[in-house]
Design a protein around this ligand. Structure first.
Ligand code: ATP
Length: 276
């Protein structure tokens, strides 16, 4: 177990009393959680949040709320150093079905995204940099249908990074990928979160080992019970289900999966999910 030197600065994502009901049925209840800008000497260290919960508990609903795509029934989501109320477009969201335009080349897809934020010449520079960085430059003239699954995924992540403000949500990014593609994607996530100190990736995943190995913070969405033992309707992220892996000495290690403390912690998380 290796502890690194780090410090926290300003908040970059704040969920305050977020609740959501559909037709008066509570799905999410009173969620309070925060991501802070982490700093490490001599590094651009971004943030990786692993976000877990049983199927159907409300992870996708909370993601759509964090992305500003739906408004919660109550509560607020604030993003960025300015802690502005979230609005559509501020947060990138890579869903399982990637929204690339099929009739445009990869280059054009990325330019469309970048021109939402930058003037054309500057957009082109950013796109070229991402194409290089994500090993997509040789494929720039291809249409999405002619890219491999891994290339499409890299393209979707680049696209969302180009048009959002540092924060991106990845919904089940590892599902359906072979081991080599999982390694490649892990590498990309590490690259993204060490490119800029403010870059923050929230990974919604059922792949606890892969996600925990990348994360410095974990959120577990679950139900609570009242004093009589009855289930309280609406899932929440209780304080004991917000884990700080940096504090636990489990963040930012290469090959952390091989450490006994990591394996024990993953077992703990799995048991918490089973019991939630
Ligand atoms: N627009 C909607 N209207 C009514 N109910 C909804 C709506 N959207 C989601 N729900 C309900 O909210 C609950 C949480 O759904 P959600 O898709 O967020 O689960 P999840 O945790 O992402 O599940 P999974 O891991 O299986 O993807 C479900 O019971 C779902 O039916």
């Amino acid at each position: 177990m290796t502890a690194h030197t780090y410090a926290y600065e300003s908040p970059i994502l704040t969920l305050q009393n977020v609740s959501m009901s559909f037709h008066n049925e509570p799905v999410l209840r009173d969620i309070n959680a925060q991501v802070l800008d982490v700093t490490r000497p001599g590094m651009n260290q971004g943030q990786v949040v692993g976000f877990y919960g049983r199927s159907g508990i409300g992870k996708s609903v909370l993601c759509r709320i964090m992305a500003g795509l739906i408004a919660p029934t109550a509560g607020t989501v604030e993003v960025g150093l300015a802690q502005q109320a979230v609005a559509p477009g501020m947060v990138g969201f890579v869903q399982q079905r990637y929204p690339l335009f099929d009739h445009r080349t990869l280059l054009d897809n990325l330019l469309v995204a970048a021109e939402r934020k930058y003037a054309p010449a500057e957009a082109r520079q950013h796109v070229d940099a991402y194409l290089e960085r994500f090993c997509l430059a040789p494929h720039r003239k291809k249409y999405p249908a002619h890219l491999s699954g891994g290339q499409r995924q890299r393209a979707a992540i680049a696209q969302q990074l180009l048009c959002s403000d540092h924060l991106i949500l990845l919904d089940e990014p590892f599902s359906g990928l072979d081991v080599a593609m999982i390694d490649e994607l892990k590498q990309i996530i590490v690259e993204v979160t060490t490119m800029d100190e403010l870059n923050t990736v929230i990974i919604i995943s059922h792949d606890i080992v892969t996600t925990t190995a990348l994360a410095d913070r974990l959120w577990l969405l679950g139900y609570e019970h009242d004093a009589a033992g009855a289930l309280v309707p609406g899932a929440t992220i209780s304080p004991q289900h917000q884990y700080n892996l940096a504090e636990m000495g489990l963040a930012w290690h290469e090959n952390v999966e091989a450490e006994p403390e990591f394996a024990q912690f993953v077992e703990h998380i799995k048991n918490e999910i089973r019991g939630s």
